[in-house]
Design a protein around this ligand. Structure first.
Ligand SMILES: NC(=O)CC[C@H](N)C(=O)O
Length: 389
């Protein structure tokens, strides 16, 4: 085991923290947020800002997030009173979804919308955090080895959680790829959202962990939005809507066997469908394409993609660990729409005959650039042309 420690740092919180990775690397730092031990897949984001969006993004469920940008927490935690159609801004869901948060510096916040600091927020949500660690060095390890399972402990400075205990927790934990996280984050009942003016059409969402950012853009484009639990039947979503969104969501898409079947029925109905991130993966799997796991995923607001149909490129927000195998698209009725500029992975698909479009990146850009919000406009045209309203 190789232990990385910081020399004699003072932890203002009075808490210490230990992080153990599956490859045996171990890191010691200061703790913040909630005391306790949590296990998750360790991943990193290259965002400079947007930690409130990332931490509340349901697609991060089951993961311990490392932030490469050194200062996190400068603008505190915003009030939920700041909202659009009742959906809070700067949040992607109502609570912190990550299993743990690893940062370098934790400065005091200063922002007119802030109601408390990052430390208090993690504490209220029962989520452990680690600070005063070299997150960039840690990310270099993750880039070499790829994402892996990890365990994070936060405890008072005068106590100790032993490395042996952490090693045992890690060894006995269920692997991230095997857990059905969509069932955990999906709403348990139907939720209805009304736009500000008379709805142009009604959209049903197969909600496997829908980000509020996507919801806000659907509302901005004048849709009434009905969110269904991820175990809803295709007929429920089809009967009451003019178009369907298959949402983003956490975990391995291959374990969502029921949802893959549901999505196939939805796609074959001929109604307009928009898939985002996990949604793209479920649509692709339902039509016979294959997925694989990326070495360390794409997470951040600065990911370049090219629209292969027009040759135009865009900067997008991404948060995914799996991708669709480009070669396997020939077995489906899908064609490549967007390609990742760095690794050429699939970033968007369009159905050859049916009104079905999907992006692997996040067109709502929460947090991140709004270069591709026109995808929602394109979907709106598809719905209205299809006789929606
Ligand atoms: N943001 C998402 O929808 C992520 C999809 C999937 N869980 C992945 O990691 O690839």
């Amino acid at each position: 085991m190789h232990i990385y420690t910081l020399p004699h740092v003072k932890c203002e919180t009075g808490l210490k923290s230990r992080l153990l990775l599956e490859n045996g690397d171990a890191v010691e730092g200061c703790g913040f947020g909630a005391k306790g031990i949590s296990v998750g897949e360790i991943v990193f984001s290259t965002s400079m800002t947007g930690y409130t969006e990332a931490l509340t993004d349901p697609s991060y469920a089951g993961q311990i997030l490392v932030w490469t940008h050194p200062m996190v927490g400068c603008y505190g935690v915003p009030t939920k009173a700041h909202n659009y159609c009742g959906v809070p801004l700067n949040y992607e869901s109502d609570k912190i979804q990550v299993e743990g948060f690893v940062i370098s510096e934790l400065p005091p916040p200063n922002h007119y919308l802030s109601i408390y600091d990052l430390n208090t927020w993690l504490l209220k949500n029962g989520v452990p955090g680690m600070y005063k660690v070299d997150t960039r060095a840690l990310v270099k390890k993750l880039r070499e080895r790829g994402v892996m399972m990890s365990v994070l402990a936060v405890f008072p400075e005068d106590e100790e959680v032993s490395w042996d205990e952490l090693e045992k927790k890690l060894r006995t934990a269920t692997r991230y790829d095997l857990i059905n996280f969509a069932h955990i984050v999906s709403p348990k009942n139907i939720v209805v959202h009304e736009p500000l003016t008379k709805p142009v059409a009604t959209i049903a969402v197969l909600d496997c962990g829908l980000k509020y950012g996507i919801l806000r853009w659907l509302l901005r484009y004048g849709f009434k939005v009905i969110r269904y639990p991820c175990w809803a039947k295709a007929s429920e979503l089809l009967d009451n809507s003019n178009g369907i969104v298959v949402s983003n969501g956490p975990g391995n898409p291959a374990v969502l066997v029921d949802q893959i079947r549901t999505v196939r029925e939805i796609v074959e109905s001929g109604k307009p469908v928009l898939g985002i991130c996990l949604g793209l993966q479920l649509i692709s799997l339902s039509l016979g394409a294959k997925i694989y796991k990326l070495r360390y995923g794409h997470r951040g607001p600065n990911k370049g993609v090219v629209d292969v149909l027009t040759g135009k490129s865009y900067i997008t927000t991404q948060n995914h660990g799996y991708a669709v195998d480009h070669r396997s698209l020939v077995e489906s009725d899908l064609i490549l729409w967007f390609s990742n500029i760095d690794d050429k992975s699939v970033e968007g698909v369009i159905h050859k005959k049916l009104p079905v479009i999907a992006t692997q990146f996040h067109p709502e850009g929460g947090p991140g650039p709004h270069d591709t919000t026109w995808v929602f406009e394109m979907f709106k045209k598809m719905v209205l042309n299809h006789g929606g309203s």
